[in-house]
Design a protein around this ligand. Structure first.
Ligand code: ATR
Length: 283
């Protein structure tokens, strides 16, 4: 019998997840159905209950429900998380696994970003100085895996200093990150520093807004990564004009986070390269 999955969001029509998961299913021979569901803004939990009753096996969750998904999912201990070898708890969850009477919540965004950078773009993060622009849900969701991979310095750079500071404090509560150098800086506050990796995790690209960055921000050989996809953002244009060696959008991250969800549900890891190429071709 076909196992059913879905992505829930509001809006949801633009989602590429059904296409990505149908390509994964075809490639791996897994018998799954995957659909996009528009959940009412005040009806996320009720929609999840309906899906569970109807026998769905899990779902992905996107804007604006990632925080609510965290709240309704069961707390899973770090040991369990490590045991199933996936990403880390953030306050936002993008993957739910319906298991007997439990809803297990996970965030695969961070692992998706790290895989895209390290495996697809062949850019090792170890010991790299990272500038993470943004302090909202998207930034919070990728912070832990980024720090674990770099084991080095990270600056959170945000328009609103208070949000960057509270994100920094949340991370510093974790023993494993206590010795790392994590700074919070507000827009305009970067002075003569250079970074090996600059990641845009803000939604500024949606409105074509510029992010104020010093012209010499990119160290030799630096990577500029925008978590948005589908078009060249002002950040990507700035990076090309100011010496970034590699400039990437977030399409690879989108496919990699989906692959990690697929793996959590099915225990099978799809080959992401042909799916990324196919999506680039239809863009
Ligand atoms: P998401 O889940 O996409 O991260 P969010 O939690 O609303 O959404 O966070 C949006 C992020 O993009 C924040 O870092 C926000 O900066 P503020 O904390 O100062 O609001 C940032 N952002 C949104 N629009 C922006 C713009 N035009 N210029 C710069 N930063 C912007």
């Amino acid at each position: 019998m076909t196992d059913r999955y879905a992505v829930l969001g509001n809006p949801i029509a633009h989602s590429k997840s059904p296409l990505i998961h149908s390509m994964f299913a075809k490639q791996t021979g897994e018998d799954i159905g995957y659909e996009a569901i528009l959940a009412p803004l005040d009806g996320f939990a009720a929609t999840i209950e309906r899906l569970r009753k109807e026998g769905y096996k899990g779902c992905n969750v996107t804007v604006p429900f990632k925080f609510e998904a965290f709240r309704i999912s069961n707390n899973v201990s770090n040991e369990v998380i490590d045991a199933i070898n996936s990403s880390h708890e953030a306050d936002a969850v993008n993957t739910l696994i319906f298991l007997n009477n439990e809803i297990i919540g996970r965030n695969t965004d961070g692992i998706g970003l790290v895989r895209d950078i390290e495996q697809n773009l062949k850019f090792p993060l170890k010991s790299k100085r990272i500038l993470l622009i943004g302090a909202g849900g998207a930034a919070a969701g990728v912070l832990h895996p980024l720090l674990e991979s770099s084991q080095s310095q990270l600056v959170i750079y945000n328009r609103t200093l208070g949000r960057a500071t509270s994100l920094k404090k949340t991370v510093e509560q974790h023993d494993k990150f206590r010795l790392f150098s994590i700074k919070a800086v507000e827009f305009g506050g970067l002075k003569d520093e250079q970074f090996d990796v600059v990641i845009n995790a803000t939604s500024a690209g949606l409105t074509d807004s510029e992010i104020p960055l010093p012209p010499n921000i990119f160290a030799p050989g630096a990577l500029a990564y925008d978590m948005m996809y589908g078009r060249e953002t002002p950040f990507m244009k700035f990076a090309r004009e100011h010496g970034a060696a590699v400039v990437s959008d977030g399409l690879g991250m989108l496919v990699e986070q989906a692959a990690e969800s697929f793996f959590l549900w099915r225990g099978v890891r799809p080959d992401t390269a042909p799916v990324i190429s196919a999506l680039r071709a239809v863009k």
